[in-house]
Design a protein around this ligand. Structure first.
Ligand code: PRT
Length: 134
C-alpha cells in the first residue's frame, strides 16, 4: 500500500502546478490548506457514514478519496510519506503494531532498548516509574 501512496504523492506533487481549470490537485493548491483540510474532513465523514451503513464497497471508494486528499494535505504541509512511515515504525518498535502511544509521556519511561518496552505491559513500567519517584 505504501508504494501506491508514494506514487500518488509524486503524482500530486507533479500536478500541483498544473492548470486549476483541469486539475483538481492544482485547484486544491490554489485554494490552500483550509480547503484541503475541509475536503479531507468531508471524505473522512463519508467513510464513517458508509462504514456505519455497512456499505463496504462505498468505504473502499471513499477511502481512496480520503487517501488522495490526505496526500494533497501532506504535500501542502511539506510532509513526505516516508516521514509518516518512519513514525509508524518508531511506534511499532516501541509498542508493537497497532498500539497507541500513551497520552502522557510519564507512562512510558525511557528504556535502553525500546524492544524491552514492547515486551512488558505498560502497567509494569508505570509501577517502576511510581517507585522511582519516592
Ligand atoms: N487519486 C486521485 C483522486 N482521488 C479522488 N479524486 C477526486 O477527489 C474527489 C473526491 O470526491 P468528492 O465527492 O469529495 O468530490 P466531488 O463531490 O466530486 O467534487 P467537490 O465537492 O470536491 O468539488 C473526486 O471528484 C475525485 O475526482 C482524485 N483526483 C485525482 N487523483 C490523482 O491525483 C493526480 C493528479 O490528478 P489531477 O488533480 O486531476 O491533476 C492523478 O494521479 C490522479 O489520479
Amino acid at each position: 500500500m505504501s508504494d501506491s501512496l508514494e506514487r500518488l504523492y509524486l503524482a500530486v506533487l507533479a500536478a500541483k502546478d498544473l492548470d486549476p481549470a483541469t486539475s483538481r490537485t492544482a485547484r486544491l493548491f490554489q485554494r490552500g490548506p483550509s480547503k484541503m483540510a475541509k475536503k479531507l474532513a468531508e471524505e473522512a465523514i463519508e467513510v464513517v457514514i458508509d462504514a456505519v451503513n455497512g456499505d463496504s464497497e462505498a468505504v473502499i471508494r471513499e477511502s481512496a478519496d480520503l487517501l488522495y486528499n490526505l496526500t494533497v494535505l501532506w504535500a501542502s504541509a511539506g510532509v513526505r510519506p516516508e516521514d509518516v512511515w518512519r513514525e509508524m515504525a518508531r511506534r511499532e518498535d516501541m509498542l508493537g503494531i497497532a498500539e497507541k502511544l500513551p497520552k502522557s509521556p510519564m507512562k512510558l519511561p525511557k528504556v535502553a532498548s525500546p524492544r524491552v518496552a514492547a515486551r512488558r505491559p505498560i502497567v509494569a513500567l508505570e509501577g517502576r516509574v511510581s517507585r522511582k519517584r519516592h
